[in-house]
Design a protein around this ligand. Structure first.
Ligand code: ATP
Ligand code: MG
Length: 361
């Protein structure tokens, strides 16, 4: 079976380092590996509207921002199809049929949705669309017969929900849909990168992000005010590495070559951590090291973004062409789904023929 990738992001803001290590970097590597027949990358505006329905302008203003971030990290429109969810009406149609296959209590049990409901103070009154967005995600994934979905850890419950829908659909109707697999980052700290404030997840909604498009000065300021170890007051104090966001970022980004280039007094991260735990290593020194690594990683991304910002017409055209391509694939799957569900009345004459036999004999 050919391998197909589908993944995406909500246009609720620009993309950040959490997206980068959790999914974007991997997508680019997979795109370039040549092992996938299709790579589809979706800007999930319809999903973003499920909790931003009263602020459509916010979504509209972030569509091209997300597209610029995609292109700047190296997603290549000649290898990957970049498209916008709302422009593929087949996805909404699939969602409607899949809703029959999922119970309300099953949706309420989804741990990611549960914590997002809490975060948004939706407990008293949950918008139905928001509760059901995992079903719409199942439509997104299955419409393209995706086999592989590179995502962060928060998306695992969505993948499980999709797999359940696929199994149920295939067993009730006819073998039509493909069961996808999540592809988590190889490095476990990248599954859920914490915020600069030390909170469990860097997230647009929590305002604790370093954005890919942040200027070097802005990145400098954010790193210098990062959460470390509140008990590490003097340089001589022993420090904690666990729960210390600077060390978590080093776990995510630091490679052996960075020591030779930026911090030759240490051979590797273990030595640096041991010194911090012993005491005698200040926060400023580790923050400066992290900054050198991140600025180097972000520099080519910023440069590519600048080029595309100067050529915004091209970005618009890339999305428009991507929507056309994606729609053709989704249409094909929807036709198969409708045939499996026996609602393809006008596809051939078998529907009419059955009635004729009933009434003309
Ligand atoms: P929002 O707050 O609007 O939900 P978000 O920052 O959570 O935004 P999404 O668009 O929901 O971003 O997530 C897009 C992709 O990025 C998903 O695959 C998700 O797993 C991954 N991702 C998001 N934040 C992180 C993070 N901090 N660490 C690792 N992966 C992440
Ligand atoms: Mg999210």
């Amino acid at each position: 079976m050919s391998k197909i990738i589908l993944t995406g992001d909500r246009p609720t803001g620009r993309l950040h380092l959490g997206h980068y290590v959790g999914s974007l970097k991997r997508r680019v590597a997979l795109q370039n590996s040549g092992e996938y027949e299709k790579v589809l990358i979706m800007i999930a505006d319809a999903q973003a509207l499920t909790d931003n329905f009263d602020n459509p302008e916010k979504i509209r203003q972030n569509i091209l921002e997300v597209a610029l971030d995609y292109l700047s990290v190296g997603l290549d429109p000649s290898l990957s199809t970049l498209f916008i969810q709302s422009q593929i009406p087949e996805l909404t149609e699939l969602t409607f049929y899949y809703l029959n296959l999922v119970s309300v209590s099953r949706l309420q049990r989804n741990p990611t949705v549960k914590s997002e409901i809490q975060l948004r103070n939706f407990e008293a009154s949950i918008p139905t669309g928001f509760l059901c967005y995992p079903v719409s995600q199942a439509a997104d994934i299955t419409a393209f017969k995706a086999t592989t979905v590179p995502v962060g850890e928060d998306q695992l419950p969505m993948l499980e929900q999709t797999r359940e829908i696929v199994r149920k659909f295939n067993s009730i109707y006819q073998e039509t849909l493909v069961e996808p697999e999540a592809l988590l980052p190889e490095n476990s700290v990248c599954c859920r990168l914490p915020g600069t404030d030390g909170k469990a997840k860097m997230s647009k909604s929590l305002g604790n992000c370093i954005y890919l498009a942040d200027s070097p000065e802005c990145v400098h300021q954010k790193i210098m005010s990062m959460y470390t170890d509140p008990q590490h007051l003097k340089v001589s104090d022993p420090g904690h590495v666990e729960g210390n966001a600077v060390f978590t970022y080093l776990d995510a980004f630091c490679e052996a070559r960075h020591f030779a280039e930026f911090l030759p007094d240490y051979a590797n991260l273990d030595e640096l951590k041991a010194h911090y735990e012993r005491g005698g290593l200040g926060d400023v020194k580790i923050k400066k090291f992290l900054e050198a690594i991140l600025q180097q990683e972000l520099e080519p991304i910023r440069a590519r973004r600048k080029e595309y910002e100067q050529n915004i017409d091209a970005v618009y055209d890339i999305l428009k062409a991507g929507c056309g391509k994606a729609r053709a694939i989704a249409q094909q799957t929807l036709d198969e789904v409708k045939a499996a569900m026996k609602i393809n009345y006008f596809e051939d004459d078998s529907f009419l023929q059955a009635y004729k036999e009933k009434y003309q004999n």
